[in-house]
Design a protein around this ligand. Structure first.
Ligand SMILES: [Fe+2]
Ligand SMILES: [Fe+2]
Length: 349
C-alpha cells in the first residue's frame, strides 16, 4: 500500500535532507495531501485503494499524532483534519479523579516593532486565557523584531527601531492581566540586540514587568504540576515541511533528558504531534507574513495553543489535548501602523 501511494508521486515535503524514519515521512506526505472536506471516494479512486486500506492509513496517521478523521457532510464521507485531540497511553485505565488537570496557553514570535505585528490578536488570546482562568502563558521567543545589520531592508519593515523603542514597547504594551504570569524565553531576533551592543531584552522587560518571568535565551525549562516542559527557539531556516524541523528537535533530545512537552517557536508554523513519547507543538506567531518570508516562499501561521493536560502524580501525561487557535487572513490588520495606532494595551485588573 505504501508503495502504491509513493508510485503515484505525492509531492515530497522535505527538500534538503531525508528523515531517518521513512514511516514518519510517509505519514507526513499523506497527511499533507489530505485536505479538509476532501471526499474519501476521491482519495481512494486517486490511489486505487480499498476502504480497508484507507482505514489502515488513518490508523497510521493517528499513531503518529495526526488528527484526521472521516465525517459525514451532506451525505458524503469526507476527511476532517481539525480535531485536535490526542489521547495517549492508558486510555482505558483513566480515572480523572486521580489526575491533575493543568491548563496553559502558549504563544510565540510577537516580533514587536515589525509593521506586520498583530498585537490586537495577542490581546484576544490573553482575554480568552483570562476567561478560562488560566494563570500561565508561555512565550517561545522573538518577543521583538530586533535589528539585523546585514538586512538593510529591515528598517523599512519596522515602525520601532533599535533596542530602546522595541523593548520600551514590550514594557508598555504587552498584555497585563490579573492572575496571569507570562513566562518567556528569548529568540533569534531578540538576541540581535545583544549581538549589536550587549543589550539584553529580559533585563528591562522583567525588571519593569513583574508579571513577566524570563526563563532563558533560546531555551527554557519549567515544571508545572510535575510535568516537565521545555521551551525551544531554534535558529536557522524553515523546512518546506511543517513537521520535519520540529521532529528533528525531538530527535536530538537525550532519552534521559526528554521533557513531556516540547514547545517550539521560531518557525511561525502550527503543528501538534507526538514523537518519541514527547508531545511536540510548533507554536504559531503573532506577525503577519513578512517580506522576508514572502521572498523565501515560507508559509506563516498566526495563532496560539491552549493546552489541556491531565497528568498523574509522577508527572506522566495521561491525556493531552492541544487546542489550536488559528487566525484567518481576514483577522489580520495589514495596514502599516493600524496595529500600532489603534490598539490599546490590554489591562485587566
Ligand atoms: Fe520569529
Ligand atoms: Fe526566530
Amino acid at each position: 500500500m505504501v508503495n502504491k501511494m509513493e508510485d503515484k508521486n505525492i509531492k515530497g515535503e522535505v527538500q534538503s535532507e531525508q528523515p531517518k524514519d521513512t514511516t514518519v515521512q510517509y505519514v507526513n506526505r499523506v497527511y499533507r495531501y489530505i485536505k479538509n472536506g476532501m471526499a474519501i471516494e476521491e482519495f481512494m479512486a486517486k490511489f486505487h485503494i480499498s476502504l480497508n486500506e484507507l482505514n489502515g492509513i488513518l490508523e497510521l496517521c493517528k499513531l503518529y499524532g495526526k488528527n484526521v478523521e472521516v465525517v459525514e457532510k451532506n451525505g458524503v464521507q469526507v476527511f476532517s483534519k481539525m480535531i485536535n485531540r490526542i489521547a495517549v497511553n492508558n486510555k482505558f485505565a483513566l480515572n480523572p479523579n486521580n489526575l491533575i488537570h493543568t491548563e496553559i496557553c502558549v504563544v510565540s514570535d510577537t516580533h514587536f516593532g515589525n509593521i506586520h505585528q498583530q498585537l490586537h490578536l495577542l490581546n484576544q488570546i490573553y482575554q480568552e486565557a483570562f476567561n478560562r482562568g488560566i494563570t500561565t502563558v508561555l512565550h517561545c521567543g522573538d518577543m521583538v523584531d530586533g535589528n539585523y545589520p546585514n538586512r538593510p531592508e529591515q528598517p523599512r519593515q519596522q515602525f520601532l527601531h533599535g533596542f530602546d523603542e522595541q523593548v520600551g514597547y514590550v514594557v508598555d504594551m504587552y498584555p497585563e492581566v490579573r492572575g496571569i504570569t507570562t513566562k518567556y524565553i528569548l529568540g533569534s531576533h531578540d538576541e540581535t540586540h545583544y549581538k549589536n551592543g550587549q543589550a539584553t531584552v529580559n533585563q528591562w522587560v522583567s525588571r519593569c514587568r513583574k508579571d513577566m518571568e524570563y526563563l532563558g535565551q533560546d531555551y527554557g525549562s519549567l515544571d508545572i504540576n510535575g510535568v516537565k516542559i521545555f521551551m525551544d527557539h531554534p535558529g536557522g531556516g524553515s523546512a518546506a515541511s511543517v513537521s520535519y524541523k520540529p521532529q528533528k528537535r525531538i530527535e536530538i533530545l537525550e532519552s534521559s533528558y526528554k521533557p513531556k512537552i516540547l514547545l517550539i517557536g521560531h518557525y511561525h508554523k502550527s503543528y501538534a504531534f507526538v514523537y518519541r513519547n514527547v508531545r511536540g507543538i510548533a507554536v504559531p506567531c503573532f506577525c503577519d507574513k513578512t517580506q522576508f518570508q514572502q521572498k523565501q516562499g515560507l508559509s506563516n501561521a498566526v495563532g496560539a495553543y491552549f493546552l489541556s493536560i491531565y497528568s498523574d502524580t509522577k508527572g506522566n501525561i495521561q491525556y493531552f489535548e492541544p487546542e489550536e487557535v488559528l487566525f484567518k487572513p481576514s483577522d489580520m490588520w495589514e495596514e502599516a501602523g493600524k496595529d500600532r495606532n489603534k490598539v490599546k494595551k490590554l489591562v485587566i485588573k
